[in-house]
Design a protein around this ligand. Structure first.
Ligand code: SAM
Length: 268
């Protein structure tokens, strides 16, 4: 489907791989180009990166369920990616039709396809923005059109914080978002880890270092440190497949090799 659209005319350079489209490819989606697929194939050769993407997506579903069961009905999904099946609004609105979702991404293709997918959904929308500018994202009229910051909001940062280097102050960024939401709000986050996957992640770090999106790996302790005053709910920072598997979804073939840490934290 992606290849049939004149993206060059829309100013999108499809000869360079883009994170959103590589991730779409790893999830089996069709909104990707040869340059994205080449990266995906290279990653798939060095480790179980397809399975990692799948486990990350399964965590997303469980985290949405957790938030809805905790009474939160508003979602701000930062770095939301290409809307493939089982996205936040699908899971949330299936549990409670009144849930409202604002997606944020800076990839033009992810945004264009989100716009098409969400055209008939009055309670979900997409904002094209750089998530690193928290003040602009929170204040934007698109965000405000659906989210009421006087009530709890679930912030999602899945598979994206590893692309924010320490020099860009990810802890400060998260605390800017946390400051914008009321107590009872939740943050769901996943983050690359080399736990049980040292060689594979070393190869991935080396590869991404040559791209526009170098990776910073962080330990569970460092990830907890990014949460500031937010309090992790049980079981804390754990491999994605080990975060509340009882909330549903297919079991992981090898939970020890999830490749991402996952956490949900609450604003007290
Ligand atoms: N969160 C989705 C998930 O877990 O299924 C997608 C994860 S994908 C690996 C990372 C996404 O973050 C991509 O769609 C990419 O375009 C987006 N992204 C990366 N840096 C960003 C930034 N500074 N602002 C907005 N989006 C960003």
């Amino acid at each position: 489907m992606a290849d049939s659209v004149d993206w060059a005319a829309a100013g999108v350079d499809i000869t360079k791989p883009a994170l959103a489209r590589v991730y779409d490819y790893m999830l089996g989606g069709s909104l990707n180009f040869p340059a994205d697929r080449a990266v995906g194939e290279r990653l798939a050769k060095v480790g179980p990166f397809r399975e990692m993407a799948r486990l990350n997506r399964n965590f997303l579903r469980r985290a949405v369920r957790f938030c809805v069961e905790a009474g939160v009905r508003q979602f701000l999904d930062l770095g939301s990616g290409i809307p493939s099946s089982g996205n936040v609004h699908e899971v949330a609105q299936e549990l409670d039709w009144s849930c409202r979702v604002v997606y944020v991404d800076n990839d033009p293709i992810a945004v264009a396809h989100s716009e098409i997918l969400l055209a008939d959904n009055p309670r979900a929308t997409i904002l094209r923005a750089d998530l690193r500018d928290a003040a602009a994202v929170v204040a934007h009229p698109v965000t405000r059109s659906l989210l009421d910051f006087d009530h709890p909001v679930a912030l999602f940062l899945l598979g994206v914080v590893q692309y924010i280097p320490d020099s860009a102050d990810p802890a400060g960024l998260i605390s800017s978002y946390a400051d914008a939401v009321v107590p009872g709000s939740l943050l769901a986050m996943t983050h690359f880890t080399s736990q049980n996957m040292e060689d594979e992640m070393a190869a991935a770090v080396e590869y991404f270092a040559e791209t526009a999106s170098p990776i910073t790996l962080r330990s569970a302790e460092q990830i907890t440190g990014l949460l500031g005053g937010l309090e992790p709910v049980a079981p804390g920072v754990v491999l994605t497949a080990k975060w509340r598997p009882e909330l549903g979804g297919p079991p992981a073939a090898d939970p020890e090799r999830s490749g991402h840490y996952a956490v949900v934290a609450r604003k007290p």
